[in-house]
Design a protein. Structure first.
Length: 320
């Protein structure tokens, strides 16, 4: 019970820290005259991945690579099967083909890149450099295409950069929000990590299993809340765009930074099972979206059923 409480407290701290950091960063961007498009793309679009980033960095520096990598791979699987599945059950999610050609294909390409780079059973600093270069190239591509108006998600990112209200007004409060956000994220990652390791020891399962499931779901709560709210408001582009952007940043950004700070050996279970599930779910999502340019309730139900099966296999056949 104590370990579960630590996980819950850690998730709350991470959520609050991510919110404060996003609001402080948006206010700072407004002060510096950064365009709403760039603010939405970078700060809001990737800010929801801040909990995953801090937890994976903390795990890497604490020499717990199974949680660092499991958190990212598990988040990407859960984002598609659990979050988009739930959103599609709320309302069918339509998507514009131009978004799929960039963001959908990028997620699949990033998943394939992960498979290639972990072929040596570890992510080294050279692999981290490739991840970060690919992320920089994606961001430049995304910004240029959206600025030119070729991609309809440009208006989405502009709206994301403008829609947050109650931003800190003065320089002092902006600094407080950013520092507070960072502090809560760091504290939350440490508390969550301690609870997660304790649960793994109590249930005698590997840290990789806990990272792929419990930690991954806990750090994905910002994506869950934003996507569900978007689905309830019938804003399908926000729900799908949020998940595709998050999955891209998880693989290229979070693993890139984590492996650069500390080379990460990859658990055998992830090599044999989870990386293929991650790639498979990305391909299935792309197929579902291309067939009719929407994610139907039936397809959403199938995705959620897939997540139930995945979690069941994680704690039975692949628990070691």
């Amino acid at each position: 019970m104590l370990n579960l409480l630590l996980v819950a407290i850690g998730v709350l701290l991470l959520t609050g820290g991510g919110e404060a950091l996003i609001r402080g960063s948006l206010a700072a961007a407004n002060r510096l005259g950064i365009s709403p498009l760039l603010s939405g793309l970078l700060i809001v679009g990737f800010g929801t991945s801040a909990p995953e980033l801090v937890v994976s960095i903390e795990a890497a520096l604490s020499e717990r690579p199974d949680i660092a990598i499991g958190n990212v791979v598990g988040s990407n699987i859960g984002n598609i099967l659990l979050i988009l599945g739930l959103c599609a059950l709320i309302t069918p999610l339509a998507v514009k083909p131009l978004v799929l050609r960039r963001d959908g294909v990028t997620v699949v390409a990033a998943s394939i890149l992960f498979l290639v780079l972990v072929g040596g059973d570890a992510l080294e600093r050279s692999d981290a450099a490739i991840f970060l270069f690919a992320l920089a190239a994606y961001l430049v591509w995304a910004y240029l295409t959206e600025r030119s108006g070729e991609i309809p998600s440009a208006e989405l990112h502009r709206a994301e950069g403008k829609e947050m209200t109650s931003l800190p007004k003065t320089t002092l409060w902006i600094a407080i929000a950013i520092v507070l956000g960072l502090g809560l994220l760091i504290a939350g990652s440490q508390v969550l990590l301690k609870g997660a390791v304790g649960i793994a020891e109590s249930f005698r399962v590997s840290e990789a299993v806990i990272g792929l499931t419990l930690v991954a779901v806990g750090t994905s709560l910002p994506e869950l809340s934003i996507s569900v709210i978007a689905a309830l408001r019938r804003h399908a582009d926000v729900a799908i765009g949020n998940i595709l952007g998050s999955n891209t940043f998880n693989l290229l950004g979070i693993l890139g930074i984590s492996a650069f700070l500390q080379p990460l050996p990859v658990h055998e279970r992830i090599l044999q099972f989870d990386q293929w599930v991650m790639l498979g779910t990305s391909l299935i999502l792309l197929i579902f979206l291309y067939t009719g340019s929407r994610l139907s309730r039936l397809e959403g139900g199938l995705l959620m059923l897939g997540y139930v099966v995945y979690v069941g296999l994680s704690f039975t056949i692949f628990s070691s």
